[in-house]
Design a protein around this ligand. Sequence first.
Ligand SMILES: C[S@@+](CC[C@H](N)C(=O)[O-])C[C@H]1O[C@@H](n2cnc3c(N)ncnc32)[C@H](O)[C@@H]1O
Length: 242
Amino acid sequence: MKKVYLVGAGAGDVELLTLKAVNILKKADVVLYDALVNTQCLEFCKKDTITINVGKRKNNHIKKQNEINKMLVQYGKQYNIVVRLKGGTPFVFGRGMEECEALAKAGLEPIVISGVSATTSVPESFMIPLIYRKYNDSYRTITGHDVEIFEDIITTYNKRESLIIMMGIHNLKQIVKILLNKSFPTNIPVAILSKGTTKEATKLVFTLDELLNKPLEFFDDIKTLTPAMIFVGYFDATNSIN
Ligand SMILES: C[S@@+](CC[C@H](N)C(=O)[O-])C[C@H]1O[C@@H](n2cnc3c(N)ncnc32)[C@H](O)[C@@H]1O
């Protein structure tokens, strides 16, 4: 059975590529890559590797998901080594399983090569620990893309759990209101982590209360920081980090 490789590219910094990812990129005949993938990753490919940007960003889809699935199947049948290079790791909000299903349905074998997810590496790059015994025993990674789903899943505040909200920056104002309705403390830190692990990385920290009182323009401006995630929880700020 012919294989197609779903490979995690890491969260931004090219050095977050795993050795396994580099080894398969070196051999690839075709690479279909996402918008959030650092194109420096493609420098590991052969000179004649076909590289295609199939990136999807909010309101700016170069390719729709079903088109990407079709391309994967077509290239997978035609070429020897086809890589689907995805931001972070394939199975964290990456539609990776849909792609695996499309490949399997077409008689191709999907192989997943895990990457370094933004979920863990972005907070860590800003010295924000996901688990720090002083403050928490649990962290939750959740989509902020759909506020109804978000509201449904977040039941109520637990002081020993922090939140990592992906794809939520466009809904920041509604997310703040939901968290306050769920009894999150008004003074809990909310860190907006933008372009983590890259040279343009920035961290902004507010309390929920401060965010509630920001003008509308603030929420428009904040959208320009993508890719960005929202960390909600206590951590010790170190002055040396952004
Ligand atoms: C569709 S999800 C894909 C996540 C990816 N599969 C992973 O494992 O990291 C994309 C979201 O991850 C977050 N993200 C990805 N890269 C990031 C970065 N370098 N800095 C901050 N957030 C990032 C943003 O919330 C973005 O909207």
